[in-house]
Each structure stands twice: as structure tokens, then as C-alpha cells.
Design a protein around this ligand. Structure first.
Ligand code: FE
Length: 227
């Protein structure tokens, strides 16, 4: 399998490129507009054909490359069916399997960070977007975010996966690149030792500033990154 974790240093975003084999079909998860040329170059160098570009949710901190990648490669753009981004070509539903040349990713509806957040599961790993981060969880104070739903998605969906499932998140601000379900169950400081109510209180009182690009990024992303 080809698996590349790409990092956008300006927004601390991780983008993932996956393919079953060199020369085969590929999928990209959470691509950033400013890095489009790099993705295309890498895809060409590996001889891949990009068939799907997916966002785990409508990002508030960077502009998506979905629309531009669709224009440049004719790939199918995917988000959860609950998204308001009308330019998405296919809205996935909970449990739906996305087959990329034999590489299967299953969509898992994990709202909480936003009301349209999905995770994508493979047998050995999961792409959690921002609902579960490395030793943290995604903020729940805008875009339909809901701390109760975040708790439910993490405890009753993500933490039901096998312990050794690798966790790949959409962001990190501390230099982490990967974790596992077992690690997050044991060591995630937002979750351990808390009841649901205590978690909700914590999340509702984080008092974080809005992302720098939020007023630009959200409207742009509802148009797949194209004005
Ligand atoms: Fe986010």
C-alpha cells in the first residue's frame, strides 16, 4: 500500500494520500488548496490516478483543495451527506464503503466537532478528521459542533474499534503524527477520568479564539474551495 502523510505547516493540517499500489488509483483525504501543486506532482511521480478527494468535514481553518483537484484530475469529491457544501459530487452515508482499486475505506458518521463530520476506517487505521486528535479532541463550539455528540462519537463509535487501530487525525499542533485507539483511551487528557457531563462542561468552557481564516475558509469550503 502507498500511504503518505503530508503536512501543511501554515494551518497544521495533515493530508493523506492512499493507494493500493504504485500506478493504481488513489484517494486523498483533507487536501489543502495551497498545496494542490505538490499533491499533483506527487501523484504524477507515483504514477497514480486520483479517483477520490474527500474532506472529513467543512474545515474552518484552511481552504479545501477538493474543487481544484476535481477540476484538474476529474476525481470524484466526497463528503458526508449532511454537508452543506453543494458542490460535493457524492455525499457518503454512515457505513458506506468507498472502494479505491481494492483499498476499502468505510465511512463512519462521527459528529461532534461539526454536525457533518465523518471518519474513514480501514482494517488497521482510521482517519478521524478533527473529532479525535492526538491526546486531544476537536473543539465543539461552531459549525453545529456539540460536545455531547463528540463524546458519543468518540466513546461509542471510535473507541469500539480494535485497540491497535492506528489513529490519523487532520491536525496536530505539537508535532505528533499518529496515535492508536488504545493510547487515546488510556491517555487522552480531555477524556480520561471524566463523565460525559464533565467532558461537556470542559468543552463548553474552552473559550478558544475563532480560527484566523474562519470567515474566509467556511464560505469558501462550502463552495469546495472555489469562489
Ligand atoms: Fe475542523
Amino acid at each position: 500500500m502507498i500511504f503518505r502523510q503530508l503536512f501543511d505547516s501554515e494551518t497544521s493540517t495533515y493530508t493523506y494520500l492512499l493507494a493500493r499500489r504504485a500506478g493504481g488509483e488513489a484517494v486523498i483525504i483533507d487536501p489543502v488548496l495551497g498545496a494542490t501543486d505538490m499533491y499533483i506532482k506527487l501523484i504524477n511521480e507515483l504514477g497514480l490516478k486520483l479517483v477520490f478527494a474527500m474532506d472529513t468535514h467543512t474545515h474552518a481553518d484552511h481552504i479545501t483543495a477538493l474543487g481544484t483537484l476535481r477540476d484538474k484530475t476529474a476525481c470524484v469529491t466526497i463528503m458526508g451527506e449532511q454537508t452543506r457544501a453543494e458542490c460535493v459530487s457524492h455525499g457518503v452515508t454512515d457505513g458506506e464503503k468507498i472502494d479505491v482499486d481494492g483499498l476499502v475505506l468505510q465511512a463512519l458518521f462521527t459528529p461532534g466537532h461539526t454536525n457533518e463530520s465523518y471518519s474513514f476506517v480501514m482494517p488497521d487505521r482510521i482517519f478521524t478528521g478533527d473529532v479525535l486528535l492526538y491526546r486531544s479532541t476537536g473543539r465543539t463550539d461552531f459549525q453545529g459542533g456539540d460536545a455531547h455528540k463528540s463524546w458519543d462519537s468518540i466513546m461509542n463509535r471510535l473507541f469500539k474499534l480494535p485497540d491497535d487501530t492506528l489513529v490519523y487525525a487532520a491536525h496536530d499542533y505539537k508535532g505528533w503524527t499518529v496515535s492508536s485507539i488504545a493510547e487515546e483511551k488510556k491517555h487522552n487528557p480531555r477524556l480520561i477520568g471524566r463523565t460525559e457531563q464533565q467532558y461537556v462542561e470542559l468543552m463548553n468552557n474552552l473559550k478558544l479564539p475563532n480560527p484566523r481564516l474562519m470567515d474566509i475558509a467556511v464560505p469558501a469550503n462550502l463552495a469546495c474551495g472555489k469562489n
